[in-house]
Design a protein around this ligand. Structure first.
Ligand code: NDP
Length: 248
């Protein structure tokens, strides 16, 4: 049986590149999108071209009941789950903390932190050898923002990714004896639509000269690290947080 992976936020950017990377490695895929159904269909079709199963599902990770329904559906559609990539995430609008709206803060944490943790909970219930599962691997998408703090732009987002790092460390140790590995990837400045979504359309061009490698990274460069962490090649790696940030 091929391994089965769930990738949240796979309609574009890092999630789409990860989906394609996993498809090329033979994973059957459950891919979620929040709004971009047509983009998700395109990604699924490019994955299916590798001869794997690739199904798409609408999901707002911030909604616990939607997450629970999705996992119940995956039980029916795939029967097992070997890998979870907690990728779906948002920055919220860019602002200084003194301008931050409480709603923005709540929504960013609901998506990036609560959503990832609830997805991890559902995955562990299925993967844990203590519960009759066959083990598995989880990769959380953190951000270099977790250690940079993102002053003047996204302190709210950076803090949410700090929480992702912390929950990665705790969950890795909590489940290490149950056949589950939990790791995180911290991308730096990566060329995706997330910057324009936050209102900062020229962010990649503006910040690229400040990166030690003098360029932004690609979604594929991040996906490589995610795919490696999920693979058996990383069988002794858990609780690791890997920077993919061009030296930043
Ligand atoms: P994009 O903005 O390109 O894509 C975001 C993805 O997340 C989309 O598929 C989107 O779905 C999905 N999504 C958005 N909101 C929700 C939600 N409420 N529930 C479920 N899915 C949702 O982002 P990137 O590819 O750039 O980022 C992917 C991850 O990497 C994020 O966690 C981000 O924080 C992290 N990251 C990115 C960096 C970068 O520079 N790009 C740097 C550091 C970390 P849809 O399109 O259907 O709405």
């Amino acid at each position: 049986m091929p391994p089965v992976a769930l990738v949240t936020g796979a309609s574009r950017g890092i999630g789409a590149a990860t989906a394609r990377g996993l498809a090329s490695r033979g994973y059957d895929l459950a891919l979620t999108y929040e709004r971009a159904a047509a983009d998700a269909e395109t990604v699924a079709a490019s994955c299916a071209a590798h001869g794997v199963k690739a199904s798409i599902y609408q999901l707002d990770v911030a909604d616990e009941s939607q997450v629970e329904r999705l996992f119940a559906q995956l039980d029916q559609d795939f029967g097992s789950l070997d890998a979870l990539v907690n990728n779906g995430g948002i920055t919220g609008p860019s602002c200084r903390l003194e301008e931050l709206k409480g709603d923005t803060l709540a929504h960013v944490f609901a998506v990036n932190v609560f959503g990832s943790m609830i997805c991890a909970r559902e995955a562990i219930r299925r993967m844990s050898t203590r519960r009759g599962g066959r083990g598995g691997a989880i990769v959380n998408l953190s951000s270099a923002a977790a250690r940079l703090g993102s002053p003047n732009e996204f302190i709210h987002y950076a803090a949410s990714k700090g929480a992702v790092d912390t929950f990665t460390l705790g969950l890795a140790r909590e489940t290490a004896e149950e056949g589950i590995r939990v790791n995180a990837v911290r991308p730096g400045l990566i060329e995706t639509e997330i910057h324009a979504s936050s209102g900062l359309h020229d962010r990649v061009e503006r910040l690229s000269p400040m990166i030690p490698m003098k360029r932004a990274g690609s979604a594929e460069e991040v996906a490589e690290a995610v795919c490696w962490l999920l693979s058996d090649a990383a069988s002794y790696v858990t609780g690791a947080i890997i920077d993919v940030a061009g030296g930043r």
